[in-house]
Design a protein around this ligand. Structure first.
Ligand SMILES: C[S@@+](CC[C@H](N)C(=O)[O-])C[C@H]1O[C@@H](n2cnc3c(N)ncnc32)[C@H](O)[C@@H]1O
Length: 288
């Protein structure tokens, strides 16, 4: 934390308004120390845009004023984190990707597990937002195991994580204005109508657990069969993206699947550890 003298220097160097990169640096340092969150991992322009939104909302003219505001208003740090995160998502977003999961990924996983006598299926939805992604995957798993007729033998766990606690509250409540499933599935098998729209049925909810987690931190997950991390990496600097890839590599079992967003790709050292499985759908497989 810079002292008064240091802050004065920073102000001078960063321009009178304290709105320059030095002002931003002081603010980021405070946030890192007080919230334990290193925001430098995000792309600078994205970060400035999102912090700018909170600064305007709180009437702060520059980063240093906003830093003062954060000190005086304990709830503001959490609000900033929640505003930094964009939660756009939907059930079965990019239908072709979920078709590939249903038609290729899950049959592979299930037959491998069944063949080796391991009746467990473990997945991670990293950056799950309001929950539509992990519930979509859970629906497909439930459908596949029910069709195979041995659902009761399997232990299924989809761990869903995000940094945004408000989004996670929505995810846990499992109530949505609208719902959707893939062709061939019946909506009412997985959702039931409620006043505000649709609620996810308990058979699906039971498979998913939600955790507040910064994606750059190693989660307590190992030997996973599938990781979905879609439309999250785009916000991160390249070196952070590659750090996240290494986490995914460690969490997957050999032969496990990594599904990225349509505009994302594997970067960094982990690249050699993954082989493309379905290029168009951005599905990769951890090499043995
Ligand atoms: C655009 S949504 C993607 C949701 C879903 N994966 C999909 O593709 O539909 C991006 C999510 O990433 C989350 N996110 C951003 N930074 C994060 C971080 N450092 N750790 C965990 N989640 C993060 C946001 O909170 C947001 O919910």
């Amino acid at each position: 934390m810079p002292g008064i003298m240091e802050e004065r220097e920073l102000r001078k160097a960063g321009g009178a308004a304290g709105g320059g990169d030095f002002g931003l640096e002081v603010l980021l340092r405070q946030l890192h120390q007080e919230l334990g969150l290193n925001l430098r991992q995000y792309k600078p322009n994205y970060l400035k845009r999102r912090i700018g939104v909170r600064m305007r909302a709180t009437g702060c003219a520059d980063y240093l004023q906003y830093r003062q505001y954060l000190r005086q208003h304990p709830g503001e740090g959490r609000r900033l984190i929640n505003d930094l995160t964009i939660n756009v998502t939907e059930f079965f977003r990019d239908q072709d990707v979920y078709e590939a999961i249903r038609g290729a990924v899950l049959p592979e996983v299930i037959s491998y597990k069944r063949g080796s006598g391991m009746w467990s299926l473990r997945a991670w939805s990293a950056g799950c937002a309001t929950g539509e992604e992990p519930y979509s995957l859970a629906i497909l798993i439930l459908d596949a195991l029910t069709r195979a007729g041995d659902r009761s033998r399997w232990a299924v766990r989809v761990t869903a994580t995000d940094l945004d606690d408000r989004a996670l509250e929505t995810a846990k409540a499992a109530r949505y204005e609208s719902a959707k499933v893939l062709p061939g599935l019946e909506l009412e098998d997985y959702f039931f109508p409620v006043e505000s729209g649709y609620a996810v049925r308990d058979e699906v909810r039971r498979l998913v657990r939600f955790l507040l987690l910064d994606i750059v931190k190693q989660p307590p997950l190992r030997h996973l069969d599938i990781i979905l991390c879609r439309n999250v990496l785009i916000y991160f600097e390249r070196d952070k993206q590659s750090q996240i890839m290494e986490i995914f590599y460690r969490c997957l079992r050999p032969g496990g699947f990594l599904v990225l967003g349509k505009s994302e790709a594997i970067v960094g050292a982990a690249q050699s550890g993954f082989a493309p499985y379905r290029r168009r759908e951005r599905i990769y497989r951890k090499r043995d």
